[in-house]
Design a protein. Structure first.
Length: 401
């Protein structure tokens, strides 16, 4: 505190004031320095739990870092890569369980110990019965509204119609070990609300689409030889020549037997059948005036490529419309990177209805591109199709398929 005497001169007063301020400044500086030391000293002595809590709270509120160095590295060890491959294989098996022919369905993914998902109908698949039997049950219901303009009937008739097509399919696959099975498939196809007579391929009430037995006759090192007998659908290659015609409401089927080899590099089928034409009101039976038989081989040893070779014969002795046609040909399907291609062709020869020689052919070429990394994997194809034709029904050189 500064005290003044009455006799103090102005000069002495100024000197005393300066000295007093300097002393106060030094004291104030010492206090600040001590305060700084206390602050840093005390912060360094914070408990470890408090420091961890502060760090965790800051990390939780901070936005995630998107730089490459902060991302978790993918493990490339053999065990992790094997687990990744198994997961991808399981996902593919689930997605591809249903096939164009229901008797080729494969529900074995349900027995995979890594499968922990659920789909409607899983409880009816891979059902064990006894020690050796395994059952699969399932089905499909399909409805389609169809509006036709100028084409009700066959060809351009000038008639319009609107109607509803619906179809129910139920299947049972009973497999005994890996050597025998029985397969049955029921179909009920109906059409409603039409104004004109139905087509033959639109209605087939309560009938059997497939009913056959398979038996393995040879268990080889590189494949298996099987024998099948009974009612069965046929589907080969691109379905241009032989297919169940799924667009039709009834589907196409045959009756007969087939000997088929399923190997590592080759699949080879030999079949002898008779076609079955739907009867809307009675149980369907084979047409014994017609024969359809042949062989179809598929080579699959080249990666991303499929090669088909075929020879088929169709004999029709039904009334006056009798003819015999033989067809030889092949197909090549492949892909490389994002590019896709397909080529197919064949020649046909035999005897026409009027007894004249039959000579015909067909050719197809396609080129496609697939955007594998894009969403939904879009694919674009361009095709050119050619088949011989003629104006004389039953006597020309039109290609029959």
């Amino acid at each position: 505190m500064l005290s003044l005497h009455r006799c103090t001169t102005p000069l002495a007063l100024g000197v005393m004031l300066i000295c007093q301020l300097t002393s106060r400044a030094q004291e104030f500086g010492s206090v600040i320095e001590l305060a700084e030391q206390d602050i840093f000293h005390s912060s360094s002595e914070l408990p470890a739990t408090t420091a961890s809590f502060v760090s965790a709270e800051l990390a939780a509120t901070a936005p995630p870092c998107a730089c490459a160095s902060c991302q978790p590295a993918e493990c490339n060890c053999p065990a992790c890569q094997e687990a990744k491959k198994k997961a991808a294989d399981l996902k593919k098996a689930v997605a591809g369980a249903y096939k164009p022919l229901f008797y080729d369905n494969n529900f074995s993914y349900i027995n995979n110990p890594n499968y922990n998902d659920w789909y409607p109908g899983d409880h009816f698949k891979q059902v064990p019965v006894g020690d050796c039997w395994m059952l699969d049950l399932g089905g499909q219901y399909r409805a389609r509204y169809q509006g036709e303009h100028n084409m009700r009937g066959l060809g351009l008739t000038g008639l319009d119609d609107n109607f509803l097509l619906h179809r129910t399919r139920l299947f049972l696959n009973a497999k005994y070990s890996d050597s025998f099975r029985i397969y049955g498939e029921f179909i009920d196809a109906e059409s409603n609300y039409e104004n004109f007579p139905i087509r033959l391929i639109e209605v087939n009430r309560a009938d059997m689409l497939n009913l056959f037995a398979d038996a393995r006759v040879l268990n080889g090192d590189s494949g298996d030889l099987w024998f099948r007998i009974g009612r069965q659908e046929l589907l080969y290659g691109s379905e241009r020549l032989i297919s169940p015609l799924d667009w039709a409401n009834t589907r196409r089927t045959f009756e007969g037997f087939k000997l088929f080899w399923q190997g590592e590099d080759w699949n080879v089928d030999f079949f002898v059948t008779r076609p079955i034409f739907p009867d809307p009101t009675r149980f369907d039976s084979a047409d014994y005036d017609r024969e359809f038989f042949g062989a179809w081989a598929t080579y699959k040893a080249i990666q991303n490529q499929t090669i088909d070779l075929f020879a088929v014969q169709y004999n029709n002795a039904s009334g006056v419309a009798n003819y015999q046609f033989s067809t030889l040909g092949g197909r090549w399907l492949g892909s490389r990177d994002s590019w896709l291609w397909e080529a197919e062709g064949g020649v046909q020869f035999g005897e026409n209805t009027n007894g004249s020689d039959h000579q015909a052919g067909f050719a197809t070429g396609g080129l496609g591109y697939k955007w594998a990394d894009a969403c939904w994997t879009p694919t674009l194809w361009g095709y050119y199709d050619w088949a011989s034709g003629g104006d004389d029904l039953g006597a020309g050189n039109g290609f029959n398929h």
